[in-house]
Design a protein around this ligand. Structure first.
Ligand SMILES: Cc1cc2nc3c(=O)[nH]c(=O)nc-3n(C[C@H](O)[C@H](O)[C@H](O)COP(=O)(O)OP(=O)(O)OC[C@H]3O[C@@H](n4cnc5c(N)ncnc54)[C@H](O)[C@@H]3O)c2cc1C
Length: 424
C-alpha cells in the first residue's frame, strides 16, 4: 500500500532539502525521496545568488537590485525579490554561513586563482575575503594537484586584489599515501591523529602548523585547500591559527567538496529537526495520475516498484548535471513525469559554436507558472499538484550568472511553502 504524506519531495540536493525544510516549517507532514548524492558533492559550497547579469555584466555588487531586471522567464522573477529574501532567511537560520549582514556580494578567492562574487560563504572561508587587505600566504599540498598555491597567488595578484599573496607547496606531514583522499586528511585533522615526523609521533594539527611555519613571512592570513576537518573544522582552523598566530581560512575546492558535503549534512539535520522524513538510495522511476492529478509515484527498490503517495509533490531532481533533465538523439526530456522541456528541434541549435558563447542547453529545463507548477507546450499545468524547484528549472544559466545555489534555495523554499499551504 502507498505511504501517505502531505508533501512528497523528490530529490535531496539544495532545492529538495530547502523544499522539505520550508514545508516542514509550515507544519506539513513531509517525506523526501532521494537517489544518489547531490551536486553539493561537486560544488564549492558557496551560495551565489547572482554574480553576473543575464547579459554577462558584473561582478554585481547587489544581487537583489538586479533581480527585477532579469527576463520574466527567470526563476527569480517567479519567486520575486521578497521570496529570495525569505528563502535566504531560512537558510541563514539553519546554517553557519557568513554574508547575511549585507546585500552586497562578497568576493572570495577560488582554487583557480580567480575572485568570485558570492552571497554566502562558510565561516571557514571568511578570513580569505578578497576585500580584506591583509597579506596572504597560500599553502598547497604536493599531492593535491588541483590547488597549485604559487599559481593561485600569482593569479590573485594579477586580478588586482588589495593585498600581497604568496603561494608555497608543502607535503602533508607523516606518511600518507600520495593519492590520499580529501576525507583522509580531514579525518586525520578532525581527530588530531598522530603522524610520524622525524622519528617522533606528533598530532596532525601541530605537525601541519610546524610544516607551514618556516614559510611564513609576516602574513596575517594563511589559506589552505578545504581539507581542514569534516566534523570539527572550527577546532582545526583554531588550532592551526593559534599555533601560527594567524587567521586560517579554507579555499573552496572541486570534487569531492568538503564545504558542499558539510552543507548537505547541515540541511539534512535541519529537515530532520523540523520533523521531515527521508528515504535515500532509491530512484523514483514512474508515477500514476488521473485527470492531471498525481496519485502516487514509484520507487525502484531491489527490483520491485514501491508506490509512495503524497497530497502535493515537489520535483527537485536537478538539471542536466543531476540527471533531472536528460537528453538523447530524440531530444531533451524530464525522465520521471515526462514534463515538457522546451528545446530546438535541431541539435545544432542547442549550443553556440563559441565555447564561451551563450549556450541554449545551459538554460534547458522546465517552464512553470507563478506557483512553480511545470507547464505543457501549450502553457497549461502538467499536474495540479506538482511543483518544480532548483536545477530542473529552465530559463537561467547558473554557471554564467553565478546563481546556482541561490535559485535552488529560493525556488525550493517557495515550492515547499506553496505545497504545504495547499496540502493543509
Ligand atoms: C561543479 C559545480 C560547481 C558549482 N559551484 C557552485 C558555486 O560555487 N556556487 C553556487 O551557488 N552554485 C554552484 N553550483 C551550482 C549548484 O551547486 C547547483 O545549482 C545546485 O546545487 C543544484 O541543486 P538541486 O537540488 O537543484 O540539484 P542536485 O544537486 O542535482 O540534486 C538533485 C537530487 O535529486 C536526486 N535525484 C535525481 N533523480 C532522482 C530520481 N529519479 N529519484 C530520486 N532522486 C533523484 C539526486 O540524487 C540529487 O539528490 C555548482 C555546480 C557544479 C556542478
Amino acid at each position: 500500500m502507498a505511504i501517505e504524506s502531505e508533501v512528497l519531495v523528490i530529490g535531496g540536493g539544495l532545492a529538495g532539502l530547502s523544499s522539505a525544510l520550508a514545508a516542514a516549517r509550515e507544519g506539513a507532514d513531509v517525506r523526501l525521496l532521494s537517489y544518489k548524492q547531490s551536486t553539493l558533492r561537486n560544488a564549492s559550497g558557496l551560495v551565489d545568488i547572482l554574480g553576473y547579469t543575464h547579459d554577462g555584466d558584473g561582478p554585481l555588487t547587489d544581487p537583489y537590485e538586479a533581480i527585477p531586471e532579469l527576463p520574466s522567464s527567470h526563476p527569480y522573477r517567479t519567486v520575486g525579490v521578497d521570496g529570495v529574501r525569505e528563502a535566504m532567511a531560512m537558510f541563514d537560520d539553519v546554517t553557519d554561513y557568513r554574508g547575511d549582514h549585507t546585500d552586497t556580494n562578497a568576493l572570495l578567492p577560488t582554487h583557480g586563482g580567480t575572485v568570485k562574487p558570492t552571497a554566502r560563504y562558510p565561516r571557514g572561508a571568511a578570513a580569505g575575503l578578497a576585500s580584506d587587505d591583509r597579506d596572504v600566504l597560500l599553502v598547497g599540498l604536493g599531492s593535491m594537484v588541483d590547488f597549485d598555491a604559487p599559481h593561485v597567488a600569482a593569479h590573485l595578484e594579477a586580478a588586482g586584489v588589495p593585498f600581497e599573496a604568496r603561494g608555497v607547496s608543502i607535503e602533508f606531514p607523516g606518511d600518507l599515501r600520495a593519492d590520499a583522499k580529501v576525507t583522509r586528511y580531514a579525518k586525520l585533522l578532525d581527530t588530531n591523529g598522530e603522524v610520524a615526523v622525524g622519528g617522533r609521533m606528533v598530532g596532525a594539527r601541530d605537525a601541519l602548523a610546524d610544516a607551514i611555519e618556516p614559510h611564513l613571512d609576516g602574513e596575517a592570513r594563511v589559506g589552505l585547500p578545504a581539507i581542514l576537518g569534516d566534523d570539527h573544522p572550527d577546532a582545526v582552523r583554531a588550532a592551526l591559527g593559534d599555533a601560527l598566530s594567524v587567521d586560517v581560512f579554507e579555499v573552496p575546492m572541486g570534487p569531492p567538496s568538503l564545504p558542499g558535503l558539510r552543507l548537505e549534512d547541515a540541511l539534512f539535520e535541519a529537515v530532520d529537526e523540523a520533523g521531515g522524513n527521508f528515504e535515500t538510495g532509491n530512484p523514483v522511476v514512474d508515477y500514476a495520475a488521473e485527470d492531471g492529478h498525481i496519485e502516487e509515484v514509484y520507487i525502484e527498490k531491489n527490483g520491485a516498484r514501491i508506490p509512495v503517495s503524497g497530497d502535493q509533490y515537489v520535483l527537485a531532481t536537478g538539471g542536466l548535471v543531476g540527471k533531472g533533465v536528460e537528453s538523447d538523439r530524440e531530444g531533451v526530456y524530464e525522465p520521471i513525469f515526462d514534463c515538457h522541456v522546451p528545446h530546438a528541434e535541431d541539435r545544432y541549435d542547442w549550443f553556440d559554436l563559441d565555447v564561451f558563447g551563450d549556450h541554449p542547453f545551459a538554460r534547458f529545463g522546465l517552464p512553470t507558472d507563478e506557483q512553480l507548477r511545470p507547464l505543457t507546450a501549450t502553457d497549461s499545468v502538467e499536474f495540479d499538484n506538482l511543483r518544480a524547484a532548483g536545477g530542473i528549472l529552465g530559463g537561467y544559466d547558473f554557471a554564467a550568472e553565478k546563481s546556482g545555489s541561490g535559485v535552488s534555495i529560493a525556488t525550493g523554499h517557495a515550492a515547499g511553502t506553496n505545497a504545504a499551504q495547499e496540502a493543509r
